[in-house]
Design a protein around this ligand. Structure first.
Ligand SMILES: *Cc1c(COP(=O)(O)O)cnc(C)c1O
Length: 395
């Protein structure tokens, strides 16, 4: 540290004072039901590895085989020499799985939003953005320079009102929303949104990061869940959650995808996704298509977890998906609960507090998955019941 960067220490101290310094836990094992942190075995209730594909033997094998065949790095940006046949294979299979004409693979979900939104709208245009949208959407909209109008969470009356007021301002209009909201587990009313999109001639863009592998036939995602193929203009997603790997994508019609290949900055100015990562996702899709037993296990575990926690007396908010927010409210109480679960019950379940969620709505977000056994789920319920009673959160 020198005098020119001393401000960083002051800012860190401010975060500590405000109780907002996020501790980073280091896992010493793969993303299993149980993980090791600091040599201690803990039940992992925090991962987005919904289907267990992050450590699936066939997925690992596909990645290593692709590294043997194509090497480690992609070598260049997609538009120069980085496009490999394995990228195109993934793009074809993804489009077919998602029932879209075409798709484009990015190096991450965040990059998919940062890259795609500015291709769709510019400074003469208007974006209607849902209040609880993910940070990567917010940043993508900022990068586009389009006018941003925020509509209230799940509120179709408000979306209509904002469209009536602001649609005329833009040459083009885009409605953008998360499909499944990551902190609450509730679902965007996509059928109503697409109707409003038609009525006001606005494109509809959905971020399906938490719907992929979770909703729809064989985990095809939210567009399939609502049977809206052809009505949603752009579906964006990530490979880093249920699909178990790394990368992101958008699916749309072929002209839009072709234009993105000319204009999206992460495609033009950042090197392509590695062959191993790409091949892993081809395999994940193959597994999902072939067999939906992982999907069924995910939902069975979610149902068991929610029933158990509800009957213990916990408020689980408004979740409609496996995302299970245990609503505590008070920030200090939620930190205490997470800490006792960690120290006394060996349960790894992170607290979520302001500014990630609104003040007074602090919670622990549980992520059940297909890798958890029934015993694991019951252990989580037991531990939450025990610690909740001890701390006076449960009667
Ligand atoms: C996780 C997430 C992303 C980012 O995906 P990465 O592939 O991890 O970069 C984007 N949008 C939403 C809604 C997410 O939950």
């Amino acid at each position: 540290m020198n005098s020119r960067t001393a401000w960083a220490k002051a800012e860190l101290e401010e975060l500590v004072r405000a109780g907002r310094l996020v501790p980073i836990r280091t896992l010493e094992t793969h993303q299993g039901a149980w993980v090791s942190i600091g040599g201690k075995k803990l039940l992992n209730m925090c991962s987005n590895n919904y289907l267990g594909l992050a450590n699936h033997p066939e997925v690992r094998k596909a990645a290593s085989e692709a590294i043997e065949e194509f090497g480690m790095g992609a070598g260049a940006v997609r538009s120069i020499a980085g496009t490999n046949s394995i990228h195109e294979r993934l793009e074809r299979e993804l489009a077919s799985f998602k029932h879209f004409e075409s798709s484009l693979v990015y190096q991450g979900g965040l990059l998919a939003n940062l890259g795609s939104i500015p291709v769709l709208v510019g400074k003469e245009d208007v974006v209607l953005s849902e209040e609880l949208n993910h940070a990567s959407i917010i940043d993508g909209v900022r990068l586009s320079s389009a006018k941003r109008i925020v509509y209230k969470h799940l509120d179709m009356e408000d979306l209509r009102k904002q469209l009536m007021e602001h649609r005329k301002e833009g040459r083009k209009a885009l409605i953008v929303t998360d499909g499944v909201f990551s902190m609450d587990g509730d679902i965007a009313p996509l059928p109503e949104i697409t109707k409003l999109g038609e009525e006001f001639n606005a494109m509809v863009y959905v971020d399906d990061a938490h719907g992929e592998g979770v909703l729809g036939d064989h985990g095809r995602g939210i567009v399939d869940h609502f049977k809206l193929a052809g009505k949603v203009d752009i579906e964006m997603g990530t490979f880093s959650k249920a699909l178990g790997g790394m990368g992101g994508f958008v699916a749309s019609d072929s002209d839009l995808i072709a234009l993105m290949k000319q204009r999206a900055r992460p495609f033009l100015f950042s090197s392509a996704l590695n062959p191993g990562d790409t091949a892993a996702i081809v395999k994940s899709l193959e597994i999902m298509r072939r067999d939906d037993s992982l999907l069924r296990k995910l939902w069975d575990n979610s149902k068991r977890l929610k029933e158990g926690l509800s009957s213990a007396g916990y408020d689980l908010g408004r979740s409609k998906t496996p995302i299970t927010p245990v609503m505590v409210g008070d920030e200090r109480k939620v930190l205490e609960l997470s800490q006792s679960l960690y120290a006394e019950s060996n349960v790894f379940a992170s607290p979520i507090v302001f500014p990630t969620v609104a003040k007074g709505t602090a919670r622990i977000r549980l992520m059940p998955s297909a890798v958890h056994s029934v015993e694991d789920i019951d252990y989580a319920i037991e531990s939450f019941t025990k610690q909740g009673k001890k701390l006076g959160i449960l009667a």
